[in-house]
Design a protein around this ligand. Structure first.
Ligand SMILES: Cc1cc2nc3c(=O)[nH]c(=O)nc-3n(C[C@H](O)[C@H](O)[C@H](O)COP(=O)(O)OP(=O)(O)OC[C@H]3O[C@@H](n4cnc5c(N)ncnc54)[C@H](O)[C@@H]3O)c2cc1C
Length: 589
């Protein structure tokens, strides 16, 4: 049977190839891929150089494959290099054994499938995890840990703990911390002088891994953005390469064995992320990990275009840990609490400001677009679930929910409630403070600390003038000057009486009275993604009919079915995908 040229063009890959001028045949027998003159070719093509991609590439290369990584940014590392380098690998690692912590793959598996564990807001961390994926993860933790050590990652020498953990199981501590050593940090452009062995950092994870990949002979193509996958037929047959762009020019890369997607999640893609939560409209533009790298759902979209299924969507719609976060710095677009961009950073030109780190939330009030307070500014959000979050913890016991202290999202739910105007998102949140507060916090509210040029910071001699100055693309309505004045007057009254009659801020301490007055961007930050493409235990991508898409693998944040924050999931799934991709029978393309 033959397929027509028209049918052929229904394949996204084929259409991309035609637009790139590389399709040479109008019609082909089913099962035969369209002939493409590849710009590059390798056994295994890995998309993304983050926590999934680099381990996958090293493993496949060391199994004897030729490997190309393509990375859309001019630098490697993805969110992983910006991360805190806290890696929750357990299951009986050598580090756990050294410190007398008894763990096993079975204990880890049961922890990560424990239906009874809920976060302080009642959302279950593990209930909707895919057991097949958790089993594979649990069975590969020790190997993944050893792999990291063997490829140059130095873990800080102390017992595994719970620091930085988020849905990593409640029975025993599993967090290991990557020492930054002498690697330059993306945040500052410089090494962490004097604290090289004690600073936990994603730079200490990704720099040695990238060096190991290069040493092993992995080819890295930077500034290459995957746009599509090539599959033999629209929703059938094998995936055998990718289309990409390099500085605006089309590039095609053939994969004799497999393509591995390690593109990260979907937090930067407004339309995609709104499939999970319609509230996440465009004003949530302070994505953790940006501007080093975006997570624009490239992998998910390319997979869906060739028939892949999404998986475990509850894990993304549920409210977990720090997926959405109260900012830690204000006055700049990127305010994630654990990531401050400094002027020496290679991406400081894109970050544009360091932001003002808030030491004491008594020094400001938070208002919405129309100048109203909505919250006790000193309160945080609920903490993530981890070892010791539930005391006592009894695996699989309904009593666990009883032992958890109820504490819903507070800041986030209140900030995202909006102004009742029918818009889905809550709109900008502004921190309002005065000259005295700036002095108390030792802030210098000027560039490079704040970003006034792009509308993330404003200053004025009076509150009315401040309100009228607030104009930026996400401020959908003007802030009424009299509303801001009324809010501040009322709040100053609370400072006099010592009682916040509106939101119960414990003993409001400082009035907002001394000009100049300031408005600094303090809108919630989006963090990671916990749902994406459906994969199986080998990392193979699965289609809507439950069938394997031959030649296509995925892992990390672009894959679904596993509700856990971060690095361990990505590293392990990259490791698994790399091993299995290397075992594929080569395609003849
Ligand atoms: C500030 C911060 C701190 C964190 N701290 C921790 C922590 O301490 N512990 C923890 O466990 N987790 C932490 N995380 C989460 C963790 O870093 C991520 O979950 C992890 O890096 C995800 O791995 P990944 O491979 O899925 O994506 P990433 O590491 O983000 O890598 C994806 C890569 O793919 C590239 N890419 C995307 N699309 C394309 C395309 N179309 N073509 C080519 N390349 C593409 C991206 O540019 C990027 O380099 C942190 C995250 C952030 C942002």
């Amino acid at each position: 049977m033959t397929i027509s040229r028209r049918d052929m063009l229904k394949t996204t890959g084929a259409a991309a190839a035609l637009s790139a001028g590389v399709l040479t045949e109008p019609a082909l027998a089913q099962g035969e891929p369209p002939p493409v003159k590849w710009t590059h070719q390798a056994d295994v093509v890995v998309v993304g150089s983050g926590a999934t991609g680099i381990p996958a590439a090293i493993v496949a290369r060391e199994a004897g494959c030729s490997v190309i990584i393509i990375e859309t940014q001019p630098h490697i590392g993805g969110h992983a290099i910006c991360s805190g380098g806290n890696v929750p690998l357990g299951g009986g690692t050598s580090r756990q054994k050294k410190y007398g912590i008894v763990d096993s793959p079975d204990l880890l598996f049961r922890d990560l499938t424990d239906w009874s564990v809920v976060e302080p807001n009642g959302f279950p961390d593990y209930r909707y995890n895919d057991r097949e994926l958790i089993r594979a993860f649990a069975d590969h933790n020790v190997a993944a840990f050893d792999f990291l050590v063997a490829h140059g990652v130095v873990f800080i020498d102390r017992p595994p703990d719970a620091r930085g953990g988020n849905s990593v199981g409640n029975s025993v501590p599993r967090e290991n911390h990557c020492a930054v050593m002498d690697w330059p940090m993306v945040q500052t452009g410089a090494p962490a002088e004097g604290m090289r062995k004690t600073t936990s950092s994603g730079n200490g994870l990704m720099r040695p891994l990238a060096a190991a990949a290069r040493r092993a002979g992995v080819q890295m193509l930077l500034e290459h953005r995957m746009t599509h996958l090539f599959r033999e037929r629209p929703f059938a047959g094998r995936v055998y390469g990718i289309a990409a762009e390099f500085r605006g020019a089309p590039v095609t890369i053939g994969a004799r064995k497999a393509v591995i997607l390690g593109t990260g999640g979907s937090s930067s893609n407004v339309n995609f992320r709104r499939m999970f939560n319609p509230q996440l409209t465009e004003e949530y533009c302070g994505i953790a990990g940006q501007p080093w790298s975006d997570q624009d759902a490239s992998g998910e979209r390319a997979g869906l275009a060739v028939g892949a299924s999404l998986w475990g969507l509850y894990n993304q719609t549920g409210e977990f840990g720090y997926n959405i976060t109260k900012p830690g710095t204000i006055g700049s677009q990127y305010g994630y609490r654990n990531l401050q961009w400094m002027p020496g950073s290679p991406v400081f030109d894109k970050a544009r400001a360091t932001g003002l780190k808030v030491a004491n939330w008594q020094n400001l009030i938070l208002v919405n677009m129309i100048g109203s307070r909505f919250y006790d500014e000193t309160a945080g959000q609920y903490p993530a679930n981890d070892y010791h979050s539930i005391e006592p913890y009894i695996q699989d016991s309904y009593l666990n929910a009883k032992h958890n202290q109820w504490n819903p999202s507070l800041f986030l739910d209140a900030a995202m409630a909006g102004i009742g105007d029918g818009h889905n998102g809550g709109g900008p949140i502004w921190a309002i403070f005065d000259a005295d507060a700036a002095a108390r916090e030792q802030w210098d509210p000027k560039p490079p600390h704040v970003d006034g040029e792009h509308g993330f910071f404003f200053a004025a001699g009076s509150l009315a003038e401040l309100a009228s100055r607030i104009e930026m693309k996400y401020q959908r309505v003007k802030m009424p000057p009299e509303a801001l004045e009324a809010t501040v007057t009322r709040y100053n009254g609370f400072v006099e009486t010592g009682v916040d009659a509106d939101f119960g801020k414990p003993k409001p301490l400082y009035p907002v009275t001394k000009p100049p007055f300031y408005a600094a961007w303090a809108t919630p930050v989006l963090h990671d993604t916990r749902a994406g493409l459906r994969i199986n235990a080998k990392g193979q991508v699965i289609d809507m009919a439950g069938e394997i898409i031959s030649g296509l693998y995925a892992g990390g944040e672009c894959a679904g079915g596993f509700s856990q924050h971060g690095l361990a999931r990505a590293i392990c799934q990259g490791y698994i995908a790399g091993r299995n991709a290397a075992r594929e029978i080569p395609h003849r393309a």
